[in-house]
Each structure stands twice: as C-alpha cells, then as structure tokens.
Design a protein around this ligand. Structure first.
Ligand code: NAD
Length: 373
C-alpha cells in the first residue's frame, strides 16, 4: 500500500483517531480539537458520507466548533466530535455502537460523546455498555435524555436576542419562522414556537418527519428546495451544515438567520453576503449550545432547572456578541470567535498544578524490591 498524505501541515487538532472494525461495518473518525479547557466533549454523527475525505472534513470542522461552543458557553470542556460513516436508516446495530463505544473507552475520558445527527438515545445506551464516557443517556441510566429539546429552548433564547436587535420587540408571537429540518431539534423548535403563537413553516428531506410535524403540530410543510424562499422573519437551519452559501443566501426572504445546525456558513466569507443583504446571523455554535449545556450537566448530576437557567444565558451571550460586533465593526461570527478565543487564552494562563496524585502512581504497588534483590 503506498500512502501519500499531507495531513499535519494545516492540522489544528490535537488528535485524530480512525476507528476501523470491518467485522461490524464500523468506519468512524474521532477528532479531538482542543483539551485546553477540559476533556473534549461532543456528539457522534452517523451519516452516509460520499467519501472518507468528506467525513474527515466534517469531523475536523465540527470538533473545532465544539471547542468554541464550550468556551463561549462558559463550560470547562474542550472540543471533540466523532463521525460514523454509514446510513443511520439501514446500518445501525447493537454491535456497531458497542464496538464504537469500545474505541471511545480506549481514550480513557479524553473524549466524551453524546448524540448528533443520525444517533439517538438508544444508540448511546449501546455505547454505554462498553464505556462510561458517554452523555445524553436515558433517565433510567441517570442521564439527561435527549438534549434536543434543550437545544431548541436555547435557540428560542437566541431568537429573542435577535428580534430585540432587529425588530426592537420582546415577543416572538405573530412572527413567521421557516425551519429547515424537522428532526429532533427542528421538531421540538416547531412545537415550542407554535405554542408561543409563532407561524411555523417547515421542511424535511425525510418525508416521515415532514408528515409527522404537519399532522401533529399543524404546521405548513414545503419542499426542501423552496424553504429558502419562504417569506419569513426568521430562517432557522436545523438540518446539516454548509447551507448558507452563494446559491442560497440570495434566495432568503428573512431578516434573521437563527437555528441549531452546526457550521451553517459554507465558508466564513458567506457571513459578509448575509450582512450585505441586511440579514442578522446568529453565530451557530453560540445559539445551539443548549444541548451541550444539558449533557455537560449530566456529568455533575443532572438538574433540568439548572440546565434551563444556563441555557437562558444564550440570550445574554448573543446580545453581547451583537454589541461587540457593532462596537468593533466586525461580523457577529467574528465577535463570537473573539469571545471564545479570549476565554481559552485566559483559562490557559491559569497556573495549574500538574503534579500526579499519589493514587495515580500504580507501579509502586506492584514493584517488589525484595524479589529483584
Ligand atoms: P436529526 O438527524 O434529528 O434531524 C435533522 C433533520 O434534517 C433530519 O430529519 C433530516 O432528514 C433533515 N435534513 C437533512 N438534510 C436536509 C435538507 N437539506 N433539507 C431539509 N431537511 C434536511 O438531527 P438533530 O439532532 O435535530 O440536529 C439538527 C442540527 O442541529 C444538526 O446540524 C446538529 O449538528 C445540530 N445540533 C443538534 C443538537 C442536538 O441537541 N440534537 C445540538 C446542537 C446542534
């Protein structure tokens, strides 16, 4: 096998681990971007990537986003993420997730995994059979359950910061929100918004999800191609990343983009296009931090009330982000990056002790000097 790679040149990540178990059809990649603030925490995504390169690109980008998300949310976790290459509709099995759990276990807590696109609480339970380094478990296992409703709650807090800035109003009632993706977060967001008196229009690639939302919530459902052109106040991307680009931005008929999807901007430069169209963009990793806050609390002993209080801070964080952007004449995503990077820099400078705890030194217990003599 001849291998020609040039990976290290631009790599910002601490570790990238390729997990290969052909017997169980497992091809996964774990990327640990940074552990400066703490162990890397982030979800595992299962998606039928068209190529290994696409999967690698996704996991590198997503894990970096987690570093910034934790930092901006004030959490003491680093950034990591995992992707499993495969179709979640047809290729899931107990063995696949238990085997992946065994790989996570080998990292001994450097990476803790929760759910992401294509992975649910049941899959986490299989991983939990092989490793304790998982979050987002069911209540029955002392977990916090599906983080999506808290993510949706956090997105709504962020929407409040956006409407205050753009429409100078405090309530969402009467506004129209177009939601792209009616999966775990999108459905929960639609449900919460309709209860607040918001007109919701949605779409989903998966017809079952689209029909379910239409039937159960009474929302209007449009085709996946036409969602960008829906006349609305807020466009809420809740599917996959890269959907804000040179093709889609000119189609938007909204004043605000605020949704849960990770890496919404195809490239950072696309934020300029949004600004040129006078559309306020809520930086993705800041507005979608509710789920991360939820699962992070699971490790300290979960309380839903505490999670809601912390997720409420998304409103204040976004308000501050928009103020910084205005003061410094930069774009909101640049202001968010500055806030996150500043926290990482400051925390990294705290003079911590790096002494080993006595009980971590095992060799003294097994080494018998008399036997050697
Ligand atoms: P999910 O898999 O439950 O839902 C995603 C939905 O989007 C699916 O129903 C899928 O069919 C649909 N979809 C995919 N491509 C689409 C397209 N082009 N047009 C319309 N629909 C499309 O995932 P989720 O947990 O709801 O997460 C949604 C997004 O939010 C992801 O980007 C995820 O990374 C992000 N996110 C989720 C959480 C969480 O708590 N689940 C937290 C933070 C960020």
């Amino acid at each position: 096998m001849s291998v020609k790679l040039d990976i290290f040149k631009d790599l910002e990540h601490e570790q990238v681990i390729f997990c290969n178990a052909p017997d169980f059809g497992l091809r996964a990649i774990i990327a640990i971007h940074s552990t400066i603030l703490g162990p890397a925490l982030g979800g595992t995504r299962m998606w039928p990537y068209r190529s290994e390169a696409e999967a690698l690109e996704d996991v590198l980008r997503l894990s970096k986003g987690m570093t910034y998300k934790s930092a901006a949310a004030g959490l003491n976790f680093g950034g990591g993420k995992a992707v499993i290459i495969g179709d979640p509709q047809t290729q899931k099995s107990e063995n696949l997730f238990r085997t992946f759990g065994a790989f996570v276990e080998r990292l001994q807590g450097q990476f803790l995994s929760g759910e992401d696109v294509g992975v649910d609480v049941n899959d986490m339970e299989f991983m939990f059979m092989e490793t304790q380094f998982v979050v987002g478990l069911s209540d029955a296992h002392g977990g916090s359950g599906d983080p999506s409703p808290m993510t949706a709650y956090g997105v709504i807090q962020g929407m409040h910061a956006c409407i205050e800035r753009v429409f100078k109003q405090k309530h969402l009632k009467g506004l129209t929100v177009a939601i792209q993706g009616l999966g775990h977060v999108g459905y929960s967001l639609a449900e919460k918004l309709t209860k607040l008196g918001v007109v919701v229009i949605g779409c989903d690639l998966n017809e079952v999800n689209a029909k379910k939302a239409h039937k159960e919530l009474g929302i209007e459902v449009v085709s996946v191609d036409s969602i960008y052109e829906v006349q609305c106040d807020i466009f809420a991307p809740c599917a996959l990343g890269g959907i804000l680009n040179e093709k889609t931005i000119p189609k938007l008929k909204c004043a605000i983009v605020a949704g849960s999807a990770n890496n919404q901007l195809k490239e950072d430069a696309h934020a300029k296009l949004l600004q040129a169209r006078n559309i306020l963009y809520a930086p993705d990793y800041m507005i979608n931090a509710g789920g991360l806050i939820n699962v992070a609390l699971e490790l300290e002993g979960y309380s839903k009330e505490r999670a809601r209080i912390q997720a409420r801070n998304i409103y204040y964080n976004l308000k501050r982000t928009f103020e910084i952007a205005e003061e410094q004449k930069i774009l909101p995503h640049e202001a968010a990056d500055r806030l996150a990077e500043e926290r990482i820099r400051k925390v990294a400078r705290i003079p911590r002790s790096h002494c080993l705890a006595k009980d971590q030194i095992k060799r003294h217990q097994t080494f018998d000097i008399k036997k050697v003599a």
